[in-house]
Write a protein that binds this ligand. Structure first.
Ligand SMILES: [Zn+2]
Ligand SMILES: [Zn+2]
Length: 153
């Protein structure tokens, strides 16, 4: 299955429409967070759970995030590849460009490879282009940052 379709399915699935307590309509607040328009109960979807976990715990390997939030590794990976979650500069682990293998912070291809005609013809768009990290790993900084490393690292 293509990544596009996979994400569509995720977005479709994660949508929270009704309050569990009072069955009123939920309002989307952004960042994966919803609030009930009647009783004010707040819930997080999978994206919100990952985001909150990273805000509270800082840099954490993907496997631990998955364990703690109950969100599958595949979903976490998809969020990274779609650029919904980014790996900040200075992290120890990055994603790899799917064409040349260089390090990128999010997305599927590095800016250089995204310029290649093959990928443009293949993808028909630039939307999976990631950014290359500007800094090399710095242990002093990494502790303050939010990043997700790749499965198996
Ligand atoms: Zn409610
Ligand atoms: Zn590349």
């Amino acid at each position: 299955m293509g990544l596009e379709r996979e994400l569509e399915k995720l977005v479709e699935k994660k949508k929270v429409e009704q309050c569990e307590l009072c069955h009123s309509r939920m309002k989307y607040l952004g960042g994966g967070k919803y609030r009930c328009s009647f009783c004010g109960m707040e819930v997080l979807d999978d994206f919100g759970k990952i985001k909150q976990f990273l805000e509270e715990n800082g840099p954490t390997p993907q496997a631990i995030i998955s364990q703690q939030t109950g969100v599958s590794l595949d979903k976490i990976d998809t969020y990274l590849r779609k650029g919904m979650v980014e790996i900040p500069d200075g992290s120890k682990f990055y994603l790899n460009c799917e064409k040349c293998g260089c390090e990128i912070r999010y997305g599927r291809f590095c800016p250089e490879c995204s310029k290649s005609e093959v990928i443009n013809n293949l993808r028909g768009s630039y939307q999976d282009v990631g950014e290359r990290p500007k800094q090399h790993y710095n242990p002093d900084m990494a502790g303050k940052m939010h990043f997700i490393n790749r499965r198996g690292n």
